[in-house]
Every structure is written in C-alpha cells, then in structure tokens.
Design a protein around this ligand. Structure first.
Ligand SMILES: C[S@@+](CC[C@H](N)C(=O)[O-])C[C@H]1O[C@@H](n2cnc3c(N)ncnc32)[C@H](O)[C@@H]1O
Length: 285
C-alpha cells in the first residue's frame, strides 16, 4: 500500500468533514477531485502549517476564513500562461476563429460567444481576445466576439480582472502582440483595455449541477469552449458530468478544446466528433 493510500484509508472520515466545511462555507464541492490528488495537496498544507493531523487542520480552517480560499487555490492548481500550447492557438487563429467570425454572426444578432471554463488568472481568455483583435485588424468588417471567462477561485479571478502579469507568463507571446496589447510597467505587463473589454469574468463551479453556463451569458449557446487542464485533477464520473454539461452549452457545430492529456469520456463521445485528436479539438454534432 502506498504512503498516500494508507494515509487516505486512515483519514477518510476527517477528509469528508473537511470537504463538508468547504462546501458549507464556499459552496464548492471538493469531493469531485481525485482523492489521492486531494490528499497530497492537503498533506502538503499540513506540513507547511506544521500541523500533525487532519483534525488540527479542520480546526485551523474553521478559525481562519482565508484558509478555505487558500485550500481551493491549492486544489485548483492554477498554473497557466498566455498562448499555452501554441499549436492549439495557431489552429484557432488560422482555421477555427476566421470561419466562426465570418459565418456565425450572420446567424445571430449578438456576435460570437466564447467560454474559457477554468480560466485561472486570465491568460487563456486574454489570449483568445488577442487572436480576435488580430483577425479584426485584418478584416474590420468582422463582428466582435464576447468571451465569458469563469473559474471557481475568486482570488484567481481578481488577478484576472487586474490583468497584470510577470514576463514569464508572456514567454510564448509574439513580440509584436506584446507591444500592441500590453503596457510595460516596471517589472510587469498590463493587458490593455481594448483586450479587457472583450472578456467578462465571473465565478462558476463547473461541477455544480444547477447551472449550465455562466449566468452572465444567460443561455449558453457557445461557438467555442476551452476547458483545458482541469479534468486531469477530477474523478472520472465528475469529468463525464462536466463534459456533458459543456457539450450541452455548445451551439450546434460549436467547438470544444480540452487540455493536451485530457480525453472525452466514453458516454459523451456520441455528442461530439473529433476534429484533431492530437490537439484535443472536438465539434458538437
Ligand atoms: C491548471 S488551471 C488551467 C488554466 C487554463 N485553462 C490553462 O489551461 O492554462 C485549472 C483551473 O481550473 C480551476 N478549477 C478547478 N476546478 C474547477 C471547477 N470545479 N470549476 C471551475 N473551475 C475549476 C482552478 O481554479 C484553476 O484555476
């Protein structure tokens, strides 16, 4: 039995109590995370706080409201960067977005609707916004798009709304785009208002059953949804529920993009056809 597994078996009850506390205080259900992964994150937190047992951590959590937020951040593993997986963004820029921008708004009055689900600190939706602005520079007649960007973690969303990043987050961004779409500050880069104005950030737990799409988007019907590098941390049953929900939120013919190592769960396969197996790009049937 591995160290984590034996620990897990011994501490299962406390984990439940801990998850219940988080659910009651923040309406976030950590039960959907893969349990070994969840336990590893919590044990690291115990070490950092020099606490010996999960019950001590539960007391700590109850006495310090900020710790719930810290735990959610830890479980979310919020690493991201601009244009993460460059080939996916090149495919969006050269193939998918141009045809969506030209064709889709003809069918609808309110322009293209995109969703970055699990956007962390905002680099993914801002990357999409930059691609759209670049395409509109080449063809000003294109209709604008609205990008809905959601995450479970309020702290990350605050960072996203501020839109200020260290240079390392921009390492995969073309220099011309850095110059065009960011303001260089002392040691950081601030996203320009033109980019920010296309993105609407809000809090959303993808695992919550009662919602289909971000409230601000009203009814969903997205032409493109990015949900990358989130499913890998979740239990298979939860992955299936989330992909089912996202597939229902897509407009007919809309695209879904997953992270590099993520898969469409078997029960959802009939709803989507594969556009690129390597880049994890799918299209609603
Ligand atoms: C690794 S980041 C991915 C960021 C971006 N999509 C990317 O690929 O670069 C994972 C994000 O998913 C968010 N997340 C995890 N579980 C979530 C849930 N149930 N609902 C919404 N967001 C969630 C985390 O807070 C975190 O910001």
């Amino acid at each position: 039995m591995s160290k984590t597994t034996s620990l897990h078996a011994a501490l299962d009850f406390s984990l439940d109590a801990l998850f219940e506390w988080v659910r009651q205080t923040r309406q976030v259900d950590l039960c959907s995370y893969d349990s070994d992964f969840a336990l590893r994150q919590i044990c690291q937190r115990l070490e950092e706080l020099s606490l010996g047992a999960l019950s001590d951590y539960l007391s700590f959590l109850k006495n310090d409201p900020n710790e719930v937020e810290r735990l959610i951040t830890r479980m979310g593993v919020g690493y991201t960067r601009f244009f993460r997986n460059a080939l996916v963004f090149e495919t969006l820029r050269c193939r998918i977005l141009p045809s969506l921008l030209q064709e889709r708004p003809l069918l609808k009055r309110d322009g293209l609707r995109l969703w970055s689900a699990g956007c962390a600190t905002g680099e993914e939706p801002y990357s999409l916004a930059i691609l759209i602005l670049e395409l509109m520079r080449c063809d000003p007649s294109l209709s604008p798009a609205r990008i809905f960007a959601t995450d479970i973690d309020e702290t990350m969303l605050e960072h996203a709304r501020r839109g200020v990043y260290s240079p390392s987050r921009l390492a995969s961004t073309h220099l011309a785009w850095v110059e065009r779409y960011f303001l260089a500050e002392e040691r950081e880069f601030r996203v320009r208002e033109e980019v920010k104005s296309l993105v609407d950030f809000s809090s959303e737990d993808l695992a919550r059953k009662s919602t289909l799409a971000p409230a601000a988007s009203i009814f969903g019907e997205f032409e493109l949804i990015l949900c990358r590098n989130i499913l890998i941390y979740l239990k298979p049953a939860q992955q299936t529920k989330i992909i089912q929900k996202l597939s229902r939120a897509l407009a007919p013919g809309g695209y879904l993009v997953l992270g590099r190592t993520e898969e469409i769960p078997e029960p959802v396969l009939p709803l989507l056809h594969v556009i690129s197996p390597d880049l994890r790009i799918y299209r609603r049937t």
